[in-house]
Design a protein around this ligand. Structure first.
Ligand code: SF4
Length: 349
């Protein structure tokens, strides 16, 4: 079985090349070619000796996810359905990634698991259950596919959000390996200010992330102002209720430039009243936070969008109490770019 090179850290590639009887710096050259130069064909790594390239062609490989389908939105977003090869246990999978161009930047939304076990009731991915964890190479490969596909018009700045299928903190090691390469100045060299990991509120994962030297920004999917409400749409709240979750958020070691982001999907008639807004203010007191308010994007699930006046009133209450709040509309609504929707359609068809 050829050795997969994508997803290996610089240290792992050095160790591999040393084990092959090569100088360790050859591993660093390969690492640079893959991640900084995005050269995925060993034949193009012409700074390596021909004999080494021949051995790599025979004994190693670089596997990018294969595009099964692409859906282009009127707003310019492109959603990819990607086929992943079988993992070590022989399980193939498909996931989705979304490329969102903006004026001066592009944002790429990645999946970290195929399906998800967390079972948020407003999320179509939840209906798949967990199919399998992605490897570091499969997580990283989604960034490269999106960038390669859009090579013609890349903007100077790339943002990455881990908000696609899966709960990143329940696939911790592969996610952190992929993030280490994305954030490594000798790797993909993204700024930690431009990479966001979003969690449903896995408290041990939040605590562990806080101990990492290299880490992205953290976003927590809040979506409710009381435990009763959150229990009804996010069963994970029974394991890590709001008090426990927000204690962990208060202890989280924010860097001087950083705020914790709280995502709040506004579901019409469920969690969008002024009282909800006032409770959110109280919940987030003593957390350096900002809130992204996301009006519900209608789909087949039994929720309805909030009235525009309720969205504006919610935002006003938060900002008047000194809690920065922004209204974010989902990109690619016409191509169902919200979490997990494509995978479910494909599974059902
Ligand atoms: S919202 Fe995220 S964590 Fe919740 S079920 Fe969907 S993919 Fe999983």
């Amino acid at each position: 079985m050829p050795t997969e090179l994508l997803g290996q850290s610089a240290a792992e590639l050095r160790a591999l090349l040393t084990a092959w009887g090569e100088p360790g710096y050859r591993g660093a050259q390969i690492y640079h070619a893959l991640h900084a130069e995005r050269r995925f064909d060993v034949a193009t790594m012409t700074n390596l000796p021909a004999a080494l390239r021949a051995r790599m062609a025979a004994e190693a490989r670089v596997t990018l996810p294969r595009i099964l389908r692409r859906f282009e939105s009127r707003d310019g977003s492109i959603r990819y359905l990607l086929a992943l090869e079988s993992d070590a246990d022989g399980r193939p999978a498909s996931v989705e990634a979304v490329f969102m161009p903006e004026e001066n930047r592009q944002t790429i939304c990645l999946s970290t698991q195929a399906g998800c076990a967390v079972d948020c009731h407003f999320c179509l991915t939840a209906q798949l259950g967990l199919i399998r964890n992605l490897t570091a190479g499969e997580i990283l490969g989604q960034v490269f596919v999106a960038l390669e596909e859009n090579r013609a018009g890349p903007k100077p700045q790339t943002n990455v959000v881990l908000m696609g299928q899966g709960e990143p903190l329940l696939n911790y090691e592969p996610v952190m390996t992929a993030l280490g390469i994305l954030l490594d100045p000798n790797g993909v060299a993204l700024s930690p200010k431009r990479v966001t990991l979003s969690t449903s509120g896995i408290v041990p994962g939040i605590e562990r992330l806080g101990t990492e030297k290299v880490r992205p920004k953290l976003a927590v999917s809040l979506n409710a102002s009381t435990d009763e409400q959150r229990d009804a749409i996010m069963p994970i709240n029974r394991k890590y209720p709001l008090g426990t979750l927000l204690d962990a958020c208060r202890r989280y070691p924010l860097r001087p430039w950083e705020r914790l982001t709280f995502e709040y999907v506004l579901l019409g008639g469920f969690n969008d009243t002024p009282d909800d807004a006032r409770r959110v203010v109280r919940l987030l007191s003593n957390v350096r936070a900002k809130v992204n308010l996301i009006p519900w994007n209608p789909c087949e699930l039994p929720y309805r969008p909030p009235a525009p006046e309720s969205v504006e009133e919610f935002r006003r209450i938060l900002t008047e109490k000194g809690l920065p709040a922004f209204i974010r509309f989902s990109r690619g609504q016409d191509i169902m770019a919200a979490c997990g929707q494509l995978a479910l359609i494909e599974t059902q068809s």
